[in-house]
Structure formats: C-alpha cells, structure tokens
Design a protein around this ligand. Structure first.
Ligand code: GLC
Length: 743
C-alpha cells in the first residue's frame, strides 16, 4: 500500500513539475506572443508618417508617440548619477522648475570603488524611482566604457579599466533602475575612450581585444542585466560611425546577443539617413540640424528625409516597422501604452526622500579610498583638535551641476566643509581657505587640446592658506580635480595627470606651515602624486560623492565609518607609463586612434610588463587589518556550463570593524595565445567585526578561463594549469593556488 501511495505522490509531483515547466515555457512564449500581437495591432493602425514620427526627437529629450493610439512620446533623461532637470523643448537650458530637484548619487567611479554589488542595485533603484517619478521612460545610464586613457574627461562617470568589475556592477545597477518601471540605457557602444576628436575619429582595435576588454560589460548588460535600451558611441569603429555600424548593432547586439530593445542615438550622433536607418538603430536624438537657431526636428535624418527615402523606395517600409516594433516593445514592457503621459503625481514625496539620500551617503562612505595612513593618523578623534583648518576650494564647492551630461540639480549637496561642520559641531573652530580658484573657463568640446591652462597658481590665496594652516592644530587639505572643462568633464581630455593650479606646491607649503596635515584628493580619475606625498602621513581619495558627500567624508575621516573603497583604475607614477601612450596611440591622428596596446589595458599592462604603479588596481587600506587563509579550489569540469567554487577565510586581525574586498585573479600558465599576467574574475566584499573570521565562497564560471578566438568566432579554453590568486589588491596577493583544466 505504502509503495502505491509513494508512487502516486511521485507521479503527482512529476505532473505538477512538468506542468509547471510547460506552463513556464509556455508562459514566456505566451507572453511574447501576446506582446507581438499587441505590437502588430498598433503597427497596423499607424500611418507611415506616424511611424516615422516615432523615430526621431520631437523635443530635446523626447521622441514622438501616437496620441490617438495611446502611444506616449518617449521621454529620456540623463544620467548615471540622477535625473537631469527639466529642460526646454528646444534646447539644453533648464526650465527652472521648483520641483524637479533630485538626489545626486555619487559618481559611478565612486560606486565602482565600493566594489559593492548590493549598493549598485540600490543606486539603480533610487535613480529608477526618481526617474519614474519625474515621468521618464528611459534613463540614459549606465556608461560602461572602459578606462583606456586616464585623460578621458568621462573617466569619472564610468566604472573602471577592468571589464569584469564594470559588468558586475553595471548589471545590478541596470536591474535596479528597471525594477522601478524605467528602461536603463547602457552606453556608449563602443570604444569611446577619449573626448579629443570623438565626433569623427575612428577607434581601431583587434577583435580579440574588443571582445575581451571593451564589449563584456555591454554583453552582460544585455544578457544578464536585461537592459532595455542602448546608446551607440559618438566615434567611428572601422571607419563607420557607431550609429551606422552594422557589425556592432546588427551582427553583435541584435543577432548574436539577441537584443530586442530600443537603440537610441547619442545626442547628435546620427550623420546620415539611409546608411544609419538600415542599421538596427531606432531613434535619432539631438541632431544639430537647426533653423533660425532652433533644432529643426522635422528635418532630422530620420524625419522628413527618411520619409522621402521610403516613398522613393530607397528604404523599405519594413525597415521602419522594425524600428517601431522595438520602440513599442519597450513601451509595452514599461506598461506605458495607454497611460497618462508624463505622469508625475507624487513626485515630491519621492525625489531625494530620506531613504534615497541614505543610499547616496552609504555609497559615498564605502567609496572613499584610504591611500596612506602612516602612524595611524586616521581616524581622527573629534575631541583632539579644537582648531581645524580646511584648505582647498574643493571643500567648499558643489559639484552636482558639473561634469557634462551627468549633471543633476540636487535637492541639496553637502560640501566637505559643511560635512565637517555637521560632524564636529560647535566645539571645534573650523577655519577655511580656498588656496586656489576654479576658473570655469569654457572651451570647444572634443577640439580643444589642453596644455598648460591649469599650470598657474594664486599667490595671495596660497599665502592666506599658509597663514590659516599655521593657526590651526590640524589641517585637512581638500584638493584634486573638478568638473571644469579639461579636468573631470565630458567633452574634454585632461592635458596630463597633474593636480591643477600647482596644488603640489600648495600642499608642500601647507605641510611646511603645519606638518599635521591630512590630504584628501577629490578626483574622478588618477592623478600623479607630488613630492608632498612622501611627507604626508595620511592621504585619502574620493570621487564626486553627491548629495551627502560632505557628511560621508567627515564620517570616514572621524572613524564613524571604516574606509573600504578600492581603486578601480591603476594610478601610474607618471602619465608616460600608461599603456595607451607607451604601446598604443593617444590621442591618434585626428582620423583614427589605434589601440595597439590591445589587451594590455590598466593593470593587465602594468603586471604583464612589470611596471610599478603608484597605486595598483584594487588598492585601498582600512583602519583595521585582514588576514587570508585556507584557500580551497574545487573545479568540476564535466560540463562547460558548470561553475567551480573557490573558498577561503578572511579574518579581521585589527581592533575595529571593517569591510574587505577580496579579489580573485586568474592566469593561464601556458597558453597558445598571449594572456595577461592576471585578470580579475571574481570578488567578494565582507564585513567583519574586530577578530571575526568568515569563510568566503565564490564561484567562477567557465568563461573565466576563456579567451576570444576570432578565427573560430567563439570563446575558447585550452587544457592546462591555471594560477589562481586571491588578493587584497591586484598586487597584494594573499593566497595562491593552481588547478588544471583537463579536456
Ligand atoms: C551626451 C552624452 C550622452 C548623454 C547624451 C544626452 O553628449 O554623450 O552620454 O546621455 O548626450 O545628454
């Protein structure tokens, strides 16, 4: 009896499982079929003119809909760090609304330095929620371009020189944005690694480098992040603008990766009608075709000119239909069709609400990188110094509205000076001296090549700073870069890696006046250390920290938070050591720029060619210390889909809590192709109380072993021995092991 019962239960369970699976498969296919039916029904009711009207801007930040069918205009907004202010219909200027201010999240370079996937998700959720509240359909973020040249003015708004961490943080960010009912838009596909000549230069690299370095984050965004929109880059690749590049958009994105979402041009990134229209791009935005000084949207390449080309039979209407389908599919997935367009009810309760600014502060706090802390000068004791000098104009500057398209009208932004006042209260006297000025000069984007524009000082301000330093018991020098044209700003490349306005001399003078000086560098990209570095006990780096930045930094300086940030770009000792300059071409010859360094980008170059950096990729100190032990590697290679586990123990051997990011690097000891000395293939961040140990387990998939075989057009691995390194940074390897891939 029991056996019969048992068999009956098994059969019932099996039926449920099979049924569920079938329903599961069916539900996905069923959903797709319903979606397609809705799309075809709408499409069949549209005139050619209405279809064309959906393919180009009808305002600066919207493209056309079809109101009579309940298809809304599609509203786009920048950017990666928050929702841009409402701008006029025909231009970039703000409408100066009094209710569109948002949370300014820390820059993506700051988010990257947290190495925290959960925070990347939360960052996306905040930005997605505020974008939705502001009535947007597509949030133009994240930018995932790889840092090839550290002079690129957009380094601050990207994640890293490494494709793995870029992908690992972009995917949760995208999921976070899209969880709020807004499409994320991964950008800029591809090889946009400098501002100089970016609108016309062709970036050239070999296909293996393209696949292994510059595409993985885009591939992950599509395949793992389910990103709903994508933006091609301004530059050309293989002589074709990215917006008309069939290899990138059709062969790779649409066909190989199966992307069925919306491809929107960069603003002014479309340069012709037929060649671009017959590629898989859907919407043309921002083209600088003007009449009487106003953008002439009906004269855009995808507007009347495209209508004429279809009527003349040069472009098949099915080409138009494909684009409209992609837009309708995206709007259906956003449940935006038939909805009141631009529904911003309840906006005020969402923008920069307490939960959102708390996430901004958490990211900012975890992004701060402790570069040096001799004699344990940090953390500071709030009761120790009663007169503190804060020197450096960056301490008293709000950055939210700077840097180019990522600008955000922040509900508020706490400067570092304000954050220190908040943290120290009335008991401590805080003196302030700017030491130098930000000149905010304007230059022509992508054309102006900076040389010595920042090689000047301000003697009176420097003298005042020295006097203030003498009066104080402690000096906190806040230097670094800024969002001025030619520093951390879209559209311009930096002239060099030096701190602007002769800060090196200023810091040295301040140190001389008061050796008890802590240096904080606010930079979105690597800078050279001046002689002052050797005299400094404590040096910290942070990128642009957003709305709660000042509070976050003060809390790290005074030990409420233990710093856990780690660099995601290599800081070379000098610019000349950089691979794009040493091996590659930078900035190219105004027609093309050849990435001759190939795979050797960032630490891949420094470690393979044994060049010592100032600070390596993955570097960052803590107020406590960590030990690593008991490495176990368990590869199981019966099936290429299987993953293998790596386990090790981390112990907090210091006297205070702290978080540590353990990084896992691989190298194939013998290989038929050149492989970099090490490549990041995993990381785990753990929080530990003083004395606490944790067993950390992570999994690596087969792709971690593979390289791109262009001849075979596939990811390839070959039998052999692999070295596995577990590091506190790319050069501070704490555990080593080997495993063999047997085929
Ligand atoms: C800019 C940027 C892009 C941005 C767009 C809209 O020039 O390249 O990242 O989203 O135009 O501002």
């Amino acid at each position: 009896m029991k056996n019969t019962m048992f068999r009956g239960v098994v059969a019932l369970v099996a039926m449920v499982v099979v049924g569920t699976t079938l329903v599961g498969c069916n539900s996905a296919e069923h959903k797709k079929a319903i979606e397609n039916r809705k799309i075809e029904k709408l499409l069949s009711q549209m005139t050619l003119e209405e279809k064309i009207g959906m393919l180009h801007a009808n305002r600066m930040f919207s493209s056309g809909g079809v109101a009579r069918l309940g298809i809304p205009d599609v509203w786009f907004s920048d950017g990666p760090h928050g929702v841009r202010y409402e701008s006029v219909d025909n231009g970039w200027a703000s409408l100066n609304w009094d209710n569109d201010a948002c949370t300014n999240m820390p820059a993506l370079s700051a988010l990257a330095a947290t190495w925290n996937k959960e925070l990347a998700l939360q960052c996306g959720e905040v930005i997605g929620a505020e974008s939705k509240a502001r009535g947007k359909h597509v949030q133009l973020a994240p930018g995932v371009n790889i840092t090839r040249s550290v002079l690129n003015g957009r380094t601050w708004e990207y994640f890293s020189e490494d494709p793995y961490i870029t992908a690992e943080l972009a995917v949760p960010y995208i999921k976070g944005v899209q969880s709020q009912g807004v499409a994320a838009c991964v950008k800029h596909l591809a090889l946009n690694s400098q501002a100089l000549s970016q609108y016309w230069i062709s970036s050239q690299t070999d296909r293996r480098t393209l696949r292994e370095i510059y595409l993985p984050a885009f591939e992950a965004a599509v395949k793992r992040g389910g990103v709903m929109a994508l933006m091609p880059a301004y530059n050309k690749v293989d002589g074709l603008w990215c917006s008309e590049n069939k290899y990138l958009i059709d062969t790779l994105l649409r066909n190989e990766w199966g992307f069925d979402g919306l491809v929107v041009s960069d603003w002014n990134g479309v340069h012709n009608t037929v060649s671009t229209a017959t590629t898989g791009i859907d919407v043309e935005m921002g083209t600088a075709i003007k009449e009487k000084g106003l953008y002439a949207f009906d004269k855009y390449y995808f507007a009347n000119p495209l209508l004429e080309e279809v009527k003349a039979g040069n472009v098949d209407e099915e080409v138009i239909n494909r684009k409209v389908r992609n837009i309708l599919r995206t709007l259906l997935r956003l449940d935006a069709i038939g909805k009141r367009p631009y529904d911003t009810t309840g906006m005020g309760a969402i923008l920069a609400n307490p939960e959102h600014v708390a996430v901004a502060r958490k990211i900012a706090e975890e992004s701060v990188v402790l570069l040096k802390n001799d004699n344990k000068v940090l953390p500071l004791n709030p009761g120790q110094y009663k007169k503190v000098a804060v020197i450096g104009v960056n301490a008293n500057t709000k950055f939210s509205l700077g840097g180019g398209s990522p600008k955000v009208k922040a509900k508020y932004e706490v400067t570092i000076l304000e954050g220190l006042h908040n943290r120290l209260g009335e008991d401590v006297e805080i003196l302030y001296a700017p030491g130098y000025k930000l000149l905010h000069r304007q230059f022509v984007a992508a054309q102006h090549r900076f040389t010595d524009e920042f090689d000047r000082d301000f003697p009176e301000l420097a003298a005042e700073a020295v006097e203030v330093a003498k009066e104080a018991e402690l000096v906190i020098f806040v230097g670094g870069l800024s969002h001025e044209h030619g520093l951390d700003c879209e559209g311009y490349d930096r002239p060099n890696m030096k701190l602007p306005y002769r800060q090196d001399e200023l810091i040295a003078a301040v140190q001389k006046a008061n050796p008890n000086t802590v240096v904080v560098l606010m930079t979105g990209s690597p800078v050279e250390m001046g002689e002052w570095y050797h005299s400094a006990d404590a040096v910290m780096q942070c990128s642009y920290l957003g709305t709660e930045g000042g509070n976050a930094l003060a809390r790290v300086l005074y030990g409420d938070v233990t710093p856990s940030g780690k660099l995601t770009n290599t800081w070379a000792v000098r610019l000349e050591d950089m691979p794009d300059i040493k091996l590659g071409e930078y900035p190219g010859n105004n027609k093309e720029v050849c990435f001759n360094e190939g795979l050797l980008v960032g630490y891949r170059y420094f470690d393979t060619c044994n060049v010592a950096p100032m600070f390596e990729f993955g570097y960052g100190l803590s107020y406590t210390t960590f030990e690593y032990s008991d490495l176990e590697i368990a590869p199981v290679w019966n099936d290429s889909q299987e993953e293998f586990e790596v386990a090790f123990t981390i112990t907090n051997t210091g006297d205070r809590e702290g978080s540590e990011t353990a990084q896992i690097y691989l190298h194939q000891n013998q290989s038929s192709v050149m492989r970099p000395a090490k490549e990041l293939k995993g990381f785990e961040k753990v929080s530990l109380a003083a004395g606490e140990s944790k067993r950390v387990t992570t999994t690596l998939n087969r792709r971690a072993l593979q390289w791109w075989n262009e001849a075979e057009q596939c990811w390839t691995d070959e039998a052999g021995v692999f070295s596995l390194m577990v590091g506190a940074s790319s050069r501070d390897v704490r555990l080593r092991g080997e495993f063999e891939l047997v085929k």
